[in-house]
Design a protein around this ligand. Structure first.
Ligand SMILES: [Zn+2]
Length: 472
């Protein structure tokens, strides 16, 4: 995995003539850190600029400069706003990137919200680590701060979904919606008539909240995600039923339900499903707390981006009014102490930071409470450890016993399963010359590689981290 990394810290971007792609993240079984550098004559384009998340070794990669000369990168294209696709941007700017950052309007908005939140969390974590003295770095530093984020936001440039944009005489790009989250797209990059398709993260064929993904019709070179390349999700009806069961079982024990959720991934979907369950009286009328300032900001974005989702504006307003939305940290401290049964949806989605940790610090030993996972948990995260049966939890430098009930519902994931991935490729009739499977743990990527060969006869590669491949 990490050992594939090239040792040279600063090699020129273009070392191969023609067009090449270098896999600077989300490769070698690593899901996070999506970054693909396309080097074409006269232009170097970075597609996605994600943060590495998960275990210490992965996170350490964020502190290293990528093995390219960053000022040589002309442009960044973003598939969507998630941290593992955008969270490295302020660091890229600090390393000398001065070009434009292109994406759809909602993606740029989501990215802005996420980057500001990340900078704040990093500054707070560094400050806390220094105060309590548990960091191995002395003094602990944030990877970037709010000022770095402000400089990054100035480079944002909005594109229109579904329309080609010319980048250079022989290079054009199109962003088309792909479900997953609001504003998310796949990217088609045409260079001298050759088409490179970057899938980004592919949503579900049938999503309660978002429209069916558009699909590519042609690809000479394809990079496809494989997060759930080895899995089939349950139906959405089953998923809603499972959620009702978890809520009811927790309530009957007199406990509270805590749901770590990505602010932009599932918080709005969870709200919508819970709202429907309340309306149908399939769950008791217990308080629901949305403890995620970022989730609240994204909810506002839903109001302003109506063509991107199925939520009726009036229903959205009624739903929001029903839930308790927490902005102030003082409220978090109050909610975590009171024993009234409730549902709390709080970030971060993989329990790597955010307010969910403030709740767990206090409630981890409570056997009546339930911790429910509704999204992907990367290797090395606290979420993954708890899902796999950890009996202790490290919070803010101290170890606490963990006795909560743990449940998991995969069907609410924003990622398509292996059937969705195959469906997404159906319109591509001619086999691409190169297929690269990225953004998946090794087992998922290998399973999807096998499936592509069996179902389509396509031979796909699993690129290594930092590998550079000549494609024309
Ligand atoms: Zn994503």
């Amino acid at each position: 995995m990490v050992e594939h990394r090239a040792s040279s810290a600063e090699t020129p971007v273009t070392t191969i003539t023609g067009v090449s792609i270098q896999f600077l993240g989300a490769s070698s079984g690593i899901v996070t850190g999506s970054k693909y550098l396309v080097s074409a004559p006269g232009m170097n384009i970075l597609v996605d600029c994600g943060l590495f998340q998960g275990d210490k070794r992965s996170r350490a990669l964020n502190w290293e400069a990528p093995p390219v000369n960053v000022p040589d990168i002309d442009l960044v294209l973003l598939t969507h706003g998630h941290l593992d696709h955008t969270g490295f941007l302020p660091r890229l700017v600090n390393l000398g990137f001065k070009g434009r950052i292109l994406a759809t309007g909602p993606t740029l908005n989501v990215t802005g919200i996420i980057l500001k939140d990340t900078a704040k969390i990093q500054e707070e974590d560094a400050e806390r680590a220094n105060r309590r003295g548990y960091s191995s770095h002395k003094p602990a530093q944030p990877l970037y701060d709010l000022k770095d984020v402000e400089r990054t936001l100035k480079l944002f440039d909005e594109v229109t979904e579904g329309e080609w944009t010319t980048l250079a005489p022989t290079i054009k790009v199109r962003f088309q919606s792909v479900g997953h989250i609001i504003g998310a797209t796949f990217i088609e990059l045409d260079i001298s008539g050759e088409r490179i398709v970057f899938s980004g993260d592919i949503g579900r064929q049938e999503d309660i909240l978002l429209y069916t993904p558009k699909r590519p019709e042609r690809a000479d070179v394809l990079l496809i995600e494989s997060t759930y390349g080895d899995r089939v999700h349950g139906s959405q009806a089953d998923t809603v039923l499972q959620l009702a069961e978890v809520i009811n079982e927790t309530f009957s024990r007199g406990g509270s339900l805590f749901i770590p959720s990505f602010a932009v991934e599932r918080t709005q979907l969870l709200m919508f499903v819970i709202w429907r369950l309340l309306g149908e009286k399939r769950i008791p009328d217990i308080p629901v707390v949305i403890d995620s300032p970022m989730g609240v900001s994204v909810l506002d974005l839903f109001h302003h981006s109506r063509t991107w989702h199925k939520l009726d504006p009036e229903e959205c307003t009624r739903m929001c009014a029903h839930f308790h939305r927490t902005m102030r940290f003082q409220e978090t401290l109050r909610f975590r102490k009171d024993n009234e049964p409730k549902i709390v949806i709080a970030g971060s989605g993989m329990v790597t930071g955010g307010r969910i940790l403030n709740y767990l610090e206090y409630r981890a030993g409570n056997t009546n409470d339930t911790l429910l996972f509704v999204g992907y948990q990367a290797q090395g995260t606290k979420g993954r450890a708890l899902l796999e049966g950890a009996t202790t939890l490290r919070v803010y430098g101290k170890v606490v016993p963990f006795k909560m009930q743990v449940r998991r519902i995969d069907g609410l994931s924003a990622h398509g399963d292996q059937r969705d991935l195959l469906w997404w490729l159906e319109l591509v009739k001619d086999p691409p010359r190169n297929v690269f499977i990225v953004h998946g743990e090794k087992d998922a990527a290998l399973a999807f590689q096998k499936l592509l060969l069996e179902q389509r006869g396509w031979v796909a590669e699993l690129p290594a981290l930092n590998q550079q491949v000549k494609i024309s």
